[in-house]
Design a protein around this ligand. Structure first.
Ligand code: AMP
Ligand code: MG
Length: 402
């Protein structure tokens, strides 16, 4: 009898993965450490931003009505009453009609003024400023609540914060921001044939590509990968690695040893210590995938081939991490492209084909499974849904960019 459970659709596998995701834990970080983290609460402006009317040019604050009809040959004449210092609005009294004050970019608009004129449109003659063009009320001014109004939502919960956001957080008075804790993810490679990258492979041996690839992807996705090395295809080695990883991690990813082969132990070991929920997904590449739990810890058996493992990471592990992180905008970067060739596909499974994209054309890279070079030469994946028999040359596709 086949040891595969019923093969499930990608949708069902994702549903299972999301269901077993551990609850989100949170912590606070300063804005400068927030980029790449997922916001765990909404952020609202604690006050009006910028908080005062300010100039957006270097020039003179004045009453716009004093500049009506001004031009090169008929400049408006206004009297300069002083200079406004940055961060110190007190120095200049309120402006009366016919008066102006020098105001640098970002300086506080004085009482009585409703606009600023750029220095470039003025000329100075002693205390008199010649204004050579009219300004309208509000020109070159940022209103006190024009950026954000007090109480306004600046960022929604679940946002993946960017370096730009770090600046906005600080400007909004958010000196400590609550974000999802980085999940600790155990990474285990399995296979008698595997040696580490530092070793020269002997006959029949290959270097472990999966652990560095999976760990690197996890780091980029806001997780802390923890590598448990290479495990031999022996029950005791599996048991020992899993016993070590499960209590120390929020999620454990094994690769290799997930298919039907008698030596393939992942499913048996998970079943012995916990539950196997999925064994086999209607996805290509990536069918021999296991999803299970040991205690409350989700554990995956990913396929051995690096490209297959990567596809399952994107298609099934990623939604679990999004749930763990509370990430509301799972941003897959995609690009529209036109297919250069037909891509045949088997109905009933979701297929991911590597493609190279050039000038809006997607070139499928068909190749034997197990090739690493297509990972290098491709720009991303085209997904052929389970219900179709392939995609036709000339059709427009969304390429999931690596
Ligand atoms: P398995 O799922 O263990 O039967 O492995 C399928 C294929 O993937 C075999 O050719 C393995 O040598 C290869 N493989 C498994 N694990 C890794 C790994 N960590 N790095 C590179 N290749 C691997
Ligand atoms: Mg193996």
């Amino acid at each position: 009898m086949s040891r595969f459970l019923q093969i499930v659709t990608v949708t069902e596998a994702v549903r299972t993965a999301v269901r077993i995701a551990p609850a989100r834990a949170t912590e606070t970080v300063p804005p400068e450490e927030s980029a790449g983290r997922v916001l765990a609460t909404p952020v609202t402006a604690d006050s009006d931003i910028p908080g005062f009317d300010r100039a957006i040019v270097d020039g003179y604050a004045l009453r716009s009505s004093d500049t009506a009809g001004a031009g090169d040959s008929s400049p408006a004449l206004v009297r300069c009453t002083g200079r406004i210092a940055m961060g110190a609005p007190g120095g200049v009294p309120g402006l009366q009609a016919g008066e102006c004050a020098y105001l640098p970019t970002g300086g506080v608009l004085p009482q009585g003024a409703d606009a600023a004129v750029m220095k470039e449109y003025t000329e100075r003659a002693g205390d008199t400023i010649l204004v050579k063009r009219p300004v309208f009320s509000g020109e070159n001014i940022l209103r006190h609540d024009e950026d954000f109004r007090k109480g306004e939502t600046v960022f929604e919960e679940g946002r993946l914060l960017t370096p730009r956001d770090a600046g906005v957080l600080a400007a909004c008075g958010c000196a400590a921001v609550r974000v999802a804790k980085k999940p600790v993810v155990g990474v285990i490679s399995t296979g008698n044939e595997l040696v580490p990258a530092s070793a020269r492979p002997g006959p029949g041996q290959v270097r472990d590509a999966n652990a560095p690839m999976i760990a690197a992807w996890l780091s980029g996705y806001g997780c802390i990968p923890r590598l448990y090395g290479i495990v031999r295809d022996e029950r005791e080695s599996f048991e020992a690695a899993i016993a070590q990883a499960v209590p120390a991690c929020d999620l454990v990813l094994l690769s290799g040893g997930s298919s039907k082969d008698d030596r393939d132990m992942t499913a048996a070991v998970i079943a012995g210590r916990g539950k196997v929920l999925v064994h086999g997904i209607a996805i290509a590449p990536g069918k021999p995938t296991i999803i299970g739990t040991i205690g409350a810890t989700p554990i995956f058996g990913l396929p051995g081939h690096p490209a297959s493992a990567f596809v399952v990471l994107l298609a099934v592990v990623r939604p679990l991490l999004d749930t763990m992180l509370g990430r509301k905008e799972p941003r897959l970067r995609t690009a529209r492209a036109v297919l250069a060739e037909n891509i045949p596909s088997q109905r009933g499974r979701e297929e991911y084909v590597r493609v190279r994209v050039e000038d809006g054309i997607a070139y499928p890279l068909f190749g034997k499974s197990g090739l690493l070079n297509t990972l290098v030469r491709s720009d991303g994946l085209v997904c052929i849904p389970a219900g179709t028999e392939g995609l036709e040359k000339g059709s427009t596709v969304d390429v999931i960019l690596w």
